[in-house]
Design a protein around this ligand. Structure first.
Ligand SMILES: [Zn+2]
Length: 138
C-alpha cells in the first residue's frame, strides 16, 4: 500500500484513502473525485479533505457553493494534511438539503504543525452537496 502522505496527488486507487476512513482511495473519496455525487454532507466533507491532502484545487472549487466560492483556490504546496477526525454531523443525509459537519484536521508543513477545528455548512442542490461556509472553532 502506497503511503498516502507522500508527495503529489494520490492517484493510486488501491492506496489508503487520505481521509483515513479505512477504505482504499478508489472505493472512498476517489469515487467523488471522478465525478460521482457524494451521497451525504460528510462524504463530501471527507472528499474535500482528501482533495486538500492531494492539492486538488479544481475539485475544491467544483464542490464549493457558487454563492460563496472564491475565484481561485490557492494551496500551500508544503502543507500536508495528516489526519481527519469527524466530531459531529447534523443532518446532511440523503433526504436533507442542508447539513453541518464538525471536524478536526491535522496539518503539517516543514516549519510547523497545527489543527484546524471547523464546523462546516453544506447545501445540496440538483442532487449534489456543496460546501457553503464554516466557522473556525477554538
Ligand atoms: Zn476518503
Amino acid at each position: 500500500v502506497r503511503d498516502p502522505f507522500s508527495e503529489g496527488p494520490v492517484a493510486d486507487p488501491d492506496a489508503t484513502c487520505p481521509c483515513l476512513s479505512g477504505e482504499t482511495y478508489g472505493a472512498c473519496c476517489g469515487r467523488y473525485h471522478r465525478g460521482e455525487a457524494a451521497p451525504t454532507a460528510v462524504a463530501l466533507m471527507r472528499s474535500r479533505y482528501t482533495a486538500f491532502a492531494m492539492h486538488d484545487a479544481a475539485y475544491l472549487l467544483a464542490t464549493w457553493h457558487a454563492s460563496t466560492r472564491p475565484l481561485v483556490q490557492r494551496l500551500d504546496p508544503y502543507m500536508q494534511w495528516r489526519r481527519l477526525d469527524i466530531l459531529e454531523t447534523t443532518r446532511g443525509g440523503m433526504l436533507d438539503t442542508v447539513g453541518e459537519v464538525e471536524f478536526r484536521a491535522f496539518w503539517r508543513t516543514p516549519f510547523e504543525s497545527g489543527v484546524l477545528h471547523e464546523r462546516s455548512r453544506f447545501r445540496r442542490e440538483g442532487g449534489r452537496w456543496f460546501y457553503l461556509n464554516g466557522d473556525v472553532l477554538e
